[in-house]
Design a binder for this molecule. Structure first.
Ligand code: ZN
Length: 154
C-alpha cells in the first residue's frame, strides 16, 4: 500500500492537473482514421464499388454492401448541420471545457460527423456556417479532429 505522505502528494497533483481527455475507441475499422489524424489528415471511407462515401468507418459499404472499401483524404471543410452548447458535464475532463459546442458537421465529401467546435465564440455559432478541421494531439499516437469557424475568405 502507498505511504500516507505519498498518497497525500498524489492527491494534490491530481487536483492541480487537468484530467486526461477521454479517448476514442481506435480499434477495428476506424483505426486508420485516428492514425491519419495524427498526421493532420482527415480520412473518409469511400466505397470503390458504388463510389459513395459513408460514415462511420466499417468493413462493408452501407449503400451497396460491397467490402471494397477504401479511404479518401477529405478537405477538412464542412458546414454545421446542427449543434448544441453543453453547459453541464459529470466528466472530469469535459467539466474543464464548459461551456463547449458539440456539433454534427457535414463534410464537403457528403458525410456527417460528430465533433466539437473550438476556437470560435459560442455566440457566433450558426447552423449552416462554414467550418474547417484542426487536430488535437492525444496519447497513443492519435489525434482528435475538431472544427473551428473558417477564416474569412477560406
Ligand atoms: Zn458501395
Amino acid at each position: 500500500m502507498a505511504h500516507t505522505d505519498c498518497g497525500h502528494l498524489e492527491q494534490i497533483l491530481v487536483s492541480e492537473n487537468i484530467p486526461p481527455r477521454p479517448l476514442p475507441d481506435t480499434r477495428n475499422a476506424g483505426e486508420k482514421f485516428w492514425i491519419a489524424a495524427a498526421e493532420g489528415v482527415l480520412l473518409v471511407p469511400k466505397c470503390t464499388a458504388c463510389s459513395r462515401t459513408f460514415w462511420h468507418p466499417r468493413p462493408r459499404c452501407p449503400h451497396c454492401g460491397s467490402t471494397s472499401v477504401d479511404w479518401i483524404k477529405a478537405t477538412g471543410n464542412g458546414t454545421v448541420h446542427t449543434f448544441t452548447v453543453v453547459r453541464q458535464s459529470g466528466d472530469p475532463y469535459f467539466k474543464t471545457k464548459l461551456p463547449y459546442a458539440v456539433a454534427m458537421i457535414e463534410l464537403d465529401e457528403g458525410v456527417r460527423i460528430m465533433s466539437n467546435i473550438v476556437d470560435t465564440p459560442l455566440e457566433v455559432l450558426r447552423i449552416g456556417m462554414r467550418v474547417e478541421v484542426l487536430f488535437e494531439a492525444a496519447p497513443g499516437g492519435i489525434a482528435i479532429p475538431l472544427f473551428r469557424a473558417q477564416s474569412r475568405g477560406a
